[in-house]
Design a protein around this ligand. Structure first.
Ligand SMILES: N[C@@H](CCC(=O)N[C@@H](CS)C(=O)NCC(=O)O)C(=O)O
Length: 217
């Protein structure tokens, strides 16, 4: 088997390429990385000096591919079948990438900030940064609520890279800052995502680890 994914089933950014691999139906070797294990962390650092996962290793093409969105682009370029997660039309492809960036930068990162702050040692938390992250999430939720008023996926009819990015952002985002009753389109979108077979599979594989998700203090 040519492809190995270095990841952890609970790690939010790893969900994006996992969903893509399941959507494309591409076989791969799962390599679970325990970042608490110094040897496994060192092996990851050797692949990608930043030391974050997911990282894809492709032995056939002798390529190491870090960064969740770049992994999906790589799979789309070299391994996709008929499924396209990046639309062929350049204008739609650009919009898809913009929505992927939107979810990563303006939903995922603030969500991560709030969750990771819960793990900081006593006296080292960052209440101001967390408040900023909460405000960012509320702004982003309001934008998604408008975008999703016609239902469907992030780009309309077709499930794309943008939806792969939306899953971890909104799943964990709803734990960090609940959507609230008024955000009906946003809530319905997350429910549609969760019902998608590729997403349901990723969620069921993460479930045994959910007790490790940091709780609100
Ligand atoms: N921009 C990166 C972000 C990756 C990322 O933040 N990964 C987290 C897990 S969700 C990680 O590796 N954290 C471990 C660490 O920072 O030590 C991507 O899209 O892949």
């Amino acid at each position: 088997m040519s492809l190995t994914l270095y990841f952890h089933p609970l790690a939010s950014f790893c969900w994006k390429p996992l969903i893509a691999l399941y959507e494309y139906n591409i076989p791969f070797r799962p390599n679970l990385v325990d970042l608490g294990n110094p040897a496994e962390r060192a092996a990851l650092l050797k692949l990608w000096g930043i030391g974050k996962f997911p990282v894809l290793r492709d032995d056939t093409r002798d390529q190491t591919v870090p960064e969740s969105s770049i992994i999906v682009e790589y799979l789309d370029q070299h391994y996709r079948g008929r499924t396209r997660l990046i639309p062929e039309d350049p204008a739609r492809a650009l919009q898809t990438r913009l929505r992927d960036r939107f979810y990563d930068l303006y939903v995922h990162l603030p969500m991560q900030k709030i969750m990771l702050d819960r793990l900081r040692p006593e006296g080292k938390s960052d209440p101001h940064g967390v408040e900023e992250a909460r405000a960012q999430l509320r702004t982003s939720y309001a934008m998604i609520e408008q975008q999703m008023e016609n239902g469907g996926w992030a780009m309309g009819e077709d499930f794309t890279l943008a939806d792969c990015a939306a899953v971890p952002s909104l799943f964990y985002g709803s734990m960090a800052v609940p959507f609230g009753q008024a955000k009906k389109n946003l809530s319905a979108y997350l429910e549609r995502l969760k019902a998608r077979p590729s997403v349901a599979r990723v969620l069921s594989e993460a479930e045994p680890y959910f007790q490790m998700v940091p709780k609100e203090p």
